[in-house]
Design a protein around this ligand. Structure first.
Ligand code: GDP
Ligand code: MG
Length: 446
């Protein structure tokens, strides 16, 4: 995810990081490079220009041209502006946890991931107290209906689709009523797509929207199509009121142009990110966490959440997350997380969430389980006391651990440095964690 952009920005930022003093010239040069990186990432030209202007505007005001750690402060500003560009505050779950009824309509071009999203949403939003059902309104492609019915079977939720040629409005209404009569509370409405935006599709979607009065309408956009996704968003939002966008295939998007341009150009908030073909591969879109990832700072919060989900849900998450933020995160916890990470499926899914430094910025192809095996071996060679209080690990202990684990002293040092960095990051995150706790929803459409 965003690897190309991260790779491009990392050297620019590390040059800045070391600088105590910045001159107008330093700043100008760094910002030119940032701008070039954005354009290469397929960010909209006007958006890139505004972005740089905003950074330039905040730079002198903070006195960073003189102060100590000036480079670090400029990075901070870039980070904060990047967060704003990605949408600022996270939009939050599309419907409140306590609203059991309503309809959610999903629109987008063919192949963007609408049907898949309906399945992901059914899994995410369904559960005790909220019965979901799938309604497919594509009378043009029989395969589309079959795909939705299969998802219904797989998820064990009711699903209804249109027979070929039937009218989505008239016949769709009947199917919807039948689902509701059978007890469905939340209906996820999948709609037809085309390869490109066309008038008839827009008319049809506008009519479906008017008929079904969805609580929320989600626009699905394929992140890999870059600026095309942005243009698609502009066409759709002009005709169909959209509450938010879902960027799919972010797992395959190395550049990030769509994610970075969408809010500014189409004005629609990104609610979710699709990160794979599986039904669990859906994440809430967190602008600040994305900015962290793009700048190579890793996304430790998502990682902890993901690991905690594996470990047994919210309670574990709350406890572990809390402990992490309190700085009480020990090597014991780190060890547990590593083994959990290894059970979480393909390493490449997880590694993007780690701060680059944590794995020593290993090139992708080297990211096999070996890296984690080494970390595990080192931690296993520590005494319980050392794992709980890594501060006591002096030079002779390091040598002993290295011998015991069959790794080099440098590797042991590397791990302790990484651990230290995680602690620092925890302190940094703690400052901002307050605003993240509450769940917010998008205000209803006017
Ligand atoms: P629709 O035509 O808009 O309904 O698109 P589909 O839901 O049928 O998805 C089209 C293709 O994209 C399928 O092969 C999906 O598995 C794939 N897909 C959907 N979402 C994602 C995602 O977030 N990541 C990846 N890698 N593939 C996705
Ligand atoms: Mg479909």
């Amino acid at each position: 995810m965003f690897d190309a952009l991260t790779a491009r920005l990392t050297p620019v930022l590390s040059r800045l990081r070391g600088r105590g003093v910045l001159t107008e010239e330093n700043i100008g040069e760094a910002l030119r490079e940032v701008r070039r990186a954005l354009l290469e990432a397929d960010v909209n030209v006007a958006v890139a220009r505004t972005f740089i202007d905003r950074i330039r505007a905040s730079a002198p005001g903070t006195g960073i041209t003189r102060g100590v750690g000036a480079g670090q402060q400029l990075i901070r500003i870039v980070h904060d502006e990047l967060t704003v560009l990605l949408g600022g505050e996270p939009a939050g779950e599309i419907i409140a946890a306590d609203s059991p009824r309503g309809r959610i309509m999903v629109v987008g071009l063919q192949g963007s991931g609408k049907t898949t999203l309906c399945g992901k949403l059914a899994r995410r939003l369904g559960g005790p107290g909220r019965s979901v059902a799938l309604l497919g309104l594509d009378p043009y492609r029989p395969a589309a209906g079959e795909q939705l019915l299969r998802l219904g079977e797989q998820l064990e939720v009711p699903a209804a689709v249109l027979d070929p040629g039937l009218d989505p409005v008239a016949e769709g209404r009947r199917r919807c009523a039948a689902l509701e009569k059978e007890g469905a509370g939340l209906i996820l409405i999948d709609t037809a797509g085309r390869q490109t935006v066309d008038q008839r599709l827009m008319d049809e979607l506008a009519a479906v929207h008017e008929t079904f009065e969805p609580l929320r309408t989600l626009l699905v956009l394929d992140a890999m199509t870059g600026q095309d996704a942005v243009r698609t968003a502009e066409s759709f939002t002009a005709r169909v009121p959209c509450s938010g966008a879902v960027l799919t295939k972010l797992d395959g998007d190395a550049r990030g142009g769509a994610a970075l341009s969408l809010r500014e150009t189409a004005g629609v908030p990104i609610v979710y990110a699709g990160t794979g073909e599986g039904l669990d591969d859906l994440e809430l879109f967190h602008p600040e966490r994305m900015a962290d990832r793009i700048l190579g700072m890793g996304d430790v919060v998502t990682l902890v959440e993901k690991a905690a989900r594996e470990a047994g849900g919210e309670a574990a998450l709350a406890e572990e997350g809390e402990r992490f933020l309190e700085g009480g995160f020990t090597l014991e916890d780190f060890r547990k997380q590593i083994s959990r990470l290894r059970s979480m499926g393909p390493l490449s899914d997880v590694v993007g969430l780690l701060p680059g430094q944590l794995l020593g910025r290993m090139p992708d192809q080297q990211l096999d389980d070996g890296a984690f095996v080494a970390l595990e071996a080192i931690i296993d060679s520590m005494t319980p006391e050392e794992r709980r209080r890594p501060a006591i690990i002096n030079a002779s202990r390091r040598r002993r651990i290295a011998r015991g684990s069959g790794r080099s002293v440098q590797e042991v040092n590397g791990l302790l440095k990484q651990y230290d960095m995680m602690q620092k990051m925890a302190r940094r995150l703690k400052g901002r964690a307050g605003g993240r706790r509450g769940r917010r929803t998008i205000p209803p459409l006017a």
